[in-house]
Design a protein around this ligand. Structure first.
Ligand SMILES: *Cc1c(COP(=O)(O)O)cnc(C)c1O
Length: 408
């Protein structure tokens, strides 16, 4: 048997079934009308945001990176829980605006912004995190055409990365941001242009579970911001310190110690250099805020045995939950937390593979996991499905169509 990932806190059995926010999986499926289904829990979102606020210094604002989960009801729920939103495309900006989010609380990072995307951000009053000198030229020209003063920050490609992070997004040659040594010149240009100077965005990596690595990166980020601000010759109004807070997905993963990060930041804020004394700081988090609040529910449609191995074949798969199949940024396939939702408190009785209904061997949601005996009609839950699930999976592949989504 291979171990399964750890089921996040806050999921209990009710009458033998998995309950999400106090409601049984079967009742949620009945309400949705069908499987597969993503269920996101407002309680979980609120609890997580409250834990984070309690751990972080008051001075730091919390932004939600909506690429983790752009479902409109989730965006609206997050609107009361965070201070700002980060979008990474014109499409995300349009979704954020349609959800009623305040454009002044939104910033827009992402390489390769088209001129039309720059224009819609400038028109809305959203801050642009510029990814290149060329983007600065186009943003200034767009501002001039529109007769609107653009709000401009520079995304810095730092000369370090976040150690132990699942996805490195800084350090060395990157398509993200502007190499640190060219930033002061570019910042002077922004300031001289008459645009509203919004400071730096410095993002070094993602999915780290080691608090010491994040603490070290934040210290390096503050030092870099101070140096670049000094060289830019103007006080720094705002600095986005990035994020990288991970969640446990796999066997042996331990939850991130956010208290340690918060107290290190508090200490760092107590000893800021003059150039950062009046800077507003934020962090931007995606999966940490929403990942554990989501569960993917799918129904077993067939049970079969091949060469002695049991296969539970479900009506969902990697077309909705690519990451759980091990095909979204992982090198070695390991099991996500997966359970039989309709027999949530039953003891392990057999080893089984949970596979999706796609005609490809990549579509495996659990490999040789230990499960209670389950059969056709039973519901399977894949946890940690609140981030990079529905919107980060190839829903068109094989024509089964998208999953339903609901916030409860
Ligand atoms: C993807 C991304 C995030 C969110 O990453 P998580 O690992 O979900 O926290 C934040 N900021 C930027 C710039 C990103 O590209």
């Amino acid at each position: 048997m291979k171990p399964l990932g750890p089921i996040p806190a806050g999921y209990e059995a009710l009458d033998g079934e998995l309950a999400i926010a106090g409601r049984k999986a079967s009742a949620l499926v009945a309400e949705a009308g069908s499987t597969p289904l993503f269920v996101y829990s407002r309680q979980h979102l609120e609890r997580r945001a409250a834990q984070l606020r309690a751990a972080m210094p008051r001075r730091i604002a919390i932004h939600y990176a909506m690429k983790a989960n752009p479902f409109t009801p989730v965006l609206q729920a997050m609107s009361d829980l965070v201070d700002g939103f980060d979008v990474a495309s014109g499409g995300e900006l349009a979704m954020a605006l349609a959800a009623g989010l305040d454009p002044a609380r939104i910033s827009f990072a992402g390489p390769g912004k088209r001129t039309a995307e720059l224009e819609s951000a400038i028109s809305a009053g959203t801050t642009l995190n510029l990814e290149s000198e060329g983007e600065l030229d186009r943003a200034l020209a767009a501002g001039e055409r529109l007769g609107i003063r653009p709000r401009l920050a520079i995304r810095v490609n730092p000369d370090f990365d976040l150690k132990g992070s699942g996805m490195k997004m800084g350090g060395g040659a990157k398509q993200f941001g502007v190499d640190a040594e060219r930033v002061p010149e570019m910042a002077r240009q922004v300031i001289a242009s008459g645009a509203e100077w919004r400071g730096f965005h410095i993002f070094a990596g993602s999915q780290a579970l080691d608090a010491d690595a994040i603490i070290e990166t934040q210290a390096q980020t503050l030092a870099l911001a101070a140096r670049l601000a000094d060289q830019s010759g103007a006080p720094l109004p705002h600095c986005n310190l990035g994020g990288g807070f991970g969640i446990p997905y796999f066997p042996g993963d331990q939850a991130l110690d956010i208290e340690a990060i918060g107290s290190a930041l508090e200490t760092a804020f107590g000893a800021l250099p003059d150039s950062l004394a009046s800077t507003d700081f934020c962090i931007e988090l995606g999966r940490f805020l929403v990942g554990e609040a989501g569960v993917y529910l799918t129904r077993i449609v067939d049970r079969k045995v091949s060469h002695g191995e049991t296969f539970l074949i479900v009506d969902g798969g990697l077309h909705h939950q690519l990451a759980a199949s091990g095909n979204f940024g992982t090198v070695v396939r390991r099991n996500y937390p997966v359970a039989i939702a309709s027999r949530f408190d039953a003891p392990v009785a057999e080893e089984a593979n949970v596979v999706g209904c796609l005609c490809t061997p990549l579509d495996r949601l659990a490999d040789k996991g230990g499960f209670p005996h389950a059969d056709v009609g039973d519901l399977v839950a894949v946890f940690c499905a609140g981030a990079y699930g529905a919107s980060a999976s190839p829903a068109l592949f094989l024509g089964h169509g998208p999953a339903a989504e609901m916030l409860v």
